[in-house]
Design a binder for this molecule. Structure first.
Ligand SMILES: Nc1ncnc2c1ncn2[C@@H]1O[C@H](COP(=O)(O)OP(=O)(O)OP(=O)(O)O)[C@@H](O)[C@H]1O
Ligand SMILES: [Mg+2]
Length: 332
């Protein structure tokens, strides 16, 4: 394309589109434009695209117009544009079974107890657990304006999970893009009242995590690790994934740290102590505390009565975690 043709086409653009022009190419009669659509509602984008097409199609050298709208990621991330700005806190780990879901539930419940408006999104599409953990199994969310309304739980924490949308025991065998679409639906629910959305991530670094990080840029991430070396190595990987995606790490929680004997209450450390704290220090991230391995936590989780909603040292451990996370959110 000659500079002349480029300049001429530029002058044909409506002013609001010209201001947003990122690039313009003309090759074999096809004009390709990239516009910055940050902050535009869908209807405004459509109108701008139509106006651009109309303006350029009249040019003798142009036989086809293609318009690509690019939006700033953070801008698309806001689940509700006009409501209060929700902060997404992702709870992740490098490896499965370390207690992400348990920590996510109890963190949310502890935050709610401290007066925060908080919701939970279960991004584990293939193995959802939040309906069970929050005692909302069997409830079905309704949709308003084609967006899901979160399901209320007894703990003051509304929740959206695939478990609310699929039948119990039904295997979900969706491919990556569909699963990512499902996560998007859960995150774009009516979260208007929530100040913080705690997202329970599936383990690993697959499509779902990537969609999450790219589309709904979390404000920060909490990494859950167990004291074993292997889990710590995996935690390092999770830290790297978040860091690479530009998501700040709030810190590392050591879960199943020390075993509390259900009979005598004595604490033992079959996997050693301090490993996660040392690893957090090495990775330059904060250490957010320890949650002991306690059969009561498991029992309460299975019963849908989160430990953080009760009293006692374990509830206190989750309350401390919530305090650290809330302080971090407030400092942003
Ligand atoms: N501190 C704890 N004490 C006792 N049991 C725990 C503790 N944390 C988690 N558990 C139990 O360990 C199991 C795994 O926990 P959870 O489902 O939260 O892990 P996860 O990391 O979310 O797993 P997945 O990767 O499968 O999603 C559950 O049965 C849970 O009740
Ligand atoms: Mg889980």
């Amino acid at each position: 394309m000659t500079t002349d043709a480029g300049d001429r086409l530029r002058t044909l653009l409506p002013q609001n589109a010209a201001e947003r022009l990122q690039s313009l190419r003309l090759a074999e009669g096809r004009a390709t434009l990239v516009l910055d659509a940050t902050g535009l509602a869908t209807s405004d984008r459509d109108a701008m695209e139509a106006a651009v097409k109309q303006a350029l199609e009249g040019d003798a050298e142009v036989s086809e117009v293609r318009v690509a709208m690019m939006a700033d990621k953070a801008d698309e991330a806001a689940p509700v544009k006009s409501g209060p700005v929700q902060k997404i806190i992702a709870v992740g780990s490098g490896k499965g079974g370390v207690g992400k879901s348990t920590v996510a539930t109890n963190l949310a419940v502890a935050l709610a107890r401290s007066g925060r408006k908080v919701g939970v999104v279960d991004a584990d599409i293939y193995g959802p657990s939040q309906a069970r953990l929050l005692g909302t199994e069997g409830q079905k969310p309704v949709a308003h304006d084609s967006r899901l309304v979160p399901v209320a739980s007894q703990w003051g924490v509304p929740v959206l999970s695939m478990a609310h949308l699929s039948n119990p025991g039904q295997a979900i065998a969706w491919r990556g893009p569909m699963a990512s679409g499902a996560v998007t639906q859960l995150l774009q629910g009516h979260w208007d009242d929530a100040e913080i959305i705690v997202v329970d991530l599936p383990p690993g670094t697959g499509d779902i995590q990537l969609t999450m990080l790219q589309k709904f840029k979390p404000a920060g991430a909490v990494i859950v690790s167990t004291p074993q070396d292997l889990a710590l190595m995996d935690a390092t990987r999770a830290v790297e994934l978040f860091s690479k995606s530009g998501v700040p790490i709030i810190g590392v929680v050591e879960n199943m740290a020390g075993y509390i004997c259900p009979h005598c209450g004595e604490v033992s450390d079959p996997f050693g102590t301090g490993g996660a704290e040392a690893a957090a220090r090495e990775m330059g991230t904060a250490f957010l505390g320890r949650i002991p391995l306690d059969i009561a936590i498991r029992r309460e989780s299975d019963a849908g009565t989160p430990t953080a909603a009760g009293d006692g040292p374990q509830a206190e451990a989750f309350a401390n975690l919530a305090r650290s996370v809330a302080d971090w959110v407030d400092s942003r």
